[in-house]
Structure formats: structure tokens, C-alpha cells
Write a protein that binds this ligand. Structure first.
Ligand code: MRU
Length: 358
């Protein structure tokens, strides 16, 4: 794949291995991690070296190929049985983002549908992982551009608040929510991004801010608790966030803190948008109550570097995501255009939403 040199790509196929930008080290250090084995890819997803729903889908697809490459048998049935084990290992890394499961299923389906030798199946799996990667990049660019059709038309230049990192780092490149921001910036329609810090892992302060700085996009970092105040001050024109899994009714799971942001946006009459590829929609789930929510290590709350913040004896609860009800979402911006949350099925049927070019 030929990528323009000045953009951020968190997952790259290079010299028969996968290069990941180590997102646990940004912004203080830009480092690449070389992944050769499926187990190492699973570990990189678990430890959030690579993170963000579409990016972990792309990483898992390459992980499936790396796993396939490790299987040493010419026997098709034995190969497929082993590949199922690789799939199971990768599926067990993180539970909420459906793109992970979607990409693994697509790889498994490809393996079963490819006729020919095991060597030919392996080759097709590599091509499919590369296709998933390049499709996601195009999808994000379409999401970004489709967002322009639904953003408020006044003021001429908007201040957009976003949460977590739904940028190039969280996708194959360009981003979903930050894709909308990038497209608005390109068109001269962006005054500034407000990036929620995003406790506890600080994806907004560390990653969103870093991406914006790379491209000269004006960015202001605030702590999560400042969002309502900023809205009341008239500083925010729209909120755009990403999603990890959207249920059939439009309820959307995203980084913890997104739900409270949607509530305060409603209270201040500020439009709240979710930007996500259609691969993030899980039509097997009727509503958001069925979305599995990952709980992470409490250390993320009580420890900063080597400093312990809390007294002994305290208990912790560390859900990594929450679900924003569809009624708080003005539109879901997809690669096929923007849809009202209850109308996502149209997008999957390739119908055109607002701003879409199907
Ligand atoms: O825990 P993370 O950092 O993987 O969570 C990421 C998010 O919640 C993003 O907003 C979401 O995956 C959308 S990324 C385009």
C-alpha cells in the first residue's frame, strides 16, 4: 500500500511483519513495535499498544495472518482448526469494540471460502488483511467528509469538542470523529478542537492533542469535568465522538465519559454526533444494554507513574466504556452518509444518508 508520508498510520505491513506505533509511549516518545507472531499481536491489543475500535480490527486481521503463517500443516482441515484457535486468542483480548470481532470473522470466512492449498489460503488471508486496512482508510476519509454536511452552519468556523481519541491512531488513518475535524479544518470550517483529557488513560490529552499538533490543528485540552462549564460559556458549537459498538437502535458505546458529555450537550442544546464506520454497528444487538463493557485494571485510576493517589483500603470500579442512548445522538456519521440513530439499517443496505455519495 502506498501511504502519503506526512500522515499517521498506527498499523503498517512492512517487510513481512506488522509495525505498530506504540500508543502507550506517545506523546513523549514516537516508537514503532515490530510484531511477527499472533500472540504478540494479541498482547499488543490487550496492553493498548494499538487501540481504538477500527485500529484493533485492522491489527487483529494482520494477527490472523501471522497466526495462519505459523500453522505448519498442508492439511486444510487441520489448518482451519488451528486458525479457529488463533481467532479465539485474538477475540479474547478486548470485549467491547465490535470491529475486532468483525475483522476476525471476515478473515475466518475468507479462509473457509478460499479453495486451493493451505499456502494459497495463507496468501489470500494476507491480501484480505491489507484490504481491511486500506478500506478502513477510505471509510474514514468518507466519514470525515460526510460529517461536513451535518455540522452546524453557523458560526462559519466551529469549535468542536471530542472525547478520547477517535483519530488516525484509532483507525487505519485519518480517524472517525477526528476525521470530521480534519475535513472541517481542510475546508476552513474549524476554529479549534477541544479535547477532553479522558480519564483514566488520557487518550485525549496524549493522543488527540498529539495528532492535532502534528497537523497544525488548533487544540485546547480540558479535563473531562470542564466540558459542561465550557458549553455554558458558549465555547462549544458541536460534539463529535467515535464509537466502539453501536446497537441496532443507535445506542452507542464509546470511551467512559461519553454518556455524560451527551447529557450535558443536550442540556445546552449543542448537537452531539457519533462518527463511526458501518463495521462498528452490531445488528445482532437490539439496544445498548447488550453491549459488553470492558472493565480494566483499577491501577489505571489510582496510579500515575509511580505515584499512588489514594489511601489504602479504597475499592475501585473501572469500566472502560459507557453507552450513550440513541435519543441523545443527533446523527451517526458513516461512510455512506449521516443517519438518524434509528435509521442505520439503511446505511448497511447501501442507501445514501445525509451528505453520502453512495
Ligand atoms: O480504550 P480505547 O482507547 O481503545 O477506546 C477508544 C475509543 O473509545 C474510541 O473513541 C473508539 O474506539 C472509536 S475510534 C475511531
Amino acid at each position: 500500500m502506498n501511504f502519503p508520508a506526512n500522515q499517521v498510520y498506527p498499523v503498517i505491513w512492512h517487510n513481512n511483519s506488522v509495525l505498530l506505533i506504540d500508543q502507550t509511549r506517545l506523546p513523549s516518545e514516537y516508537a514503532l513495535v515490530e510484531i511477527h507472531r499472533s500472540e504478540d499481536m494479541a498482547q499488543a491489543i490487550k496492553t493498548m499498544i494499538v487501540r481504538g475500535a477500527p485500529a484493533i480490527g485492522v491489527a487483529a486481521a494482520y494477527g490472523m495472518y501471522l497466526g495462519a503463517r505459523e500453522i505448519d500443516t498442508p492439511n486444510r482441515d487441520q489448518f482451519l482448526a488451528h486458525l479457529e484457535q488463533v481467532a479465539q486468542m485474538l477475540r479474547s483480548t478486548r470485549p467491547t469494540a465490535v470491529n475486532l470481532f468483525w475483522a476476525i470473522s471476515r478473515m475466518i470466512k475468507t479462509a473457509y471460502e478460499t479453495l486451493g492449498t493451505v499456502a494459497e489460503i495463507k496468501q489470500t488471508l494476507l491480501q484480505t488483511a491489507q484490504t481491511i486496512n486500506s478500506e478502513d482508510l477510505q471509510t474514514c476519509q468518507a466519514i470525515g467528509d460526510n460529517g461536513l454536511a451535518v455540522l452546524p452552519t453557523t458560526p462559519e468556523q466551529l469549535t468542536i469538542l471530542t472525547h478520547c481519541n477517535a483519530g488516525a491512531l484509532a483507525t487505519a488513518g485519518y480517524g472517525t470523529a477526528l476525521g470530521v475535524v480534519r475535513s472541517a479544518f481542510r475546508e476552513g470550517r474549524l476554529a479549534r478542537v477541544f479535547a477532553d483529557e479522558t480519564r483514566p488513560r488520557l487518550q485525549g490529552a496524549k493522543l488527540t492533542a498529539w495528532e492535532c499538533i502534528q497537523e497544525g490543528i488548533p487544540v485546547t485540552v480540558i479535563t473531562d469535568s470542564m466540558a459542561a462549564h465550557c458549553m455554558k460559556q458558549g465555547l462549544i458549537d458541536a460534539v463529535v465522538v467515535g464509537a466502539d459498538r453501536v446497537a441496532a437502535n443507535g445506542d452507542a458505546a464509546n470511551k467512559i465519559g461519553t454518556y455524560s458529555l451527551a447529557l450535558v450537550a443536550k442540556a445546552h442544546n449543542i448537537p452531539f454526533f457519533v462518527a463511526a464506520p458501518l463495521s462498528t454497528v452490531d445488528f445482532t444487538l437490539q439496544d445498548g444494554s447488550q453491549i459488553p463493557i470492558e472493565e480494566r485494571n483499577p491501577e489505571e485510576i489510582y496510579k500515575i507513574g509511580d505515584t499512588i493517589l489514594t489511601p489504602d483500603g479504597v475499592e475501585f470500579y473501572n469500566p472502560a466504556f459507557d453507552v450513550t442512548p440513541a435519543n441523545l445522538i443527533k446523527a451517526i456519521i458513516t461512510e455512506n452518509g449521516a443517519f438518524a440513530p434509528g435509521e442505520l439499517a439503511k446505511g448497511v443496505k447501501n442507501e445514501k444518508g445525509v451528505g453520502g455519495r453512495v
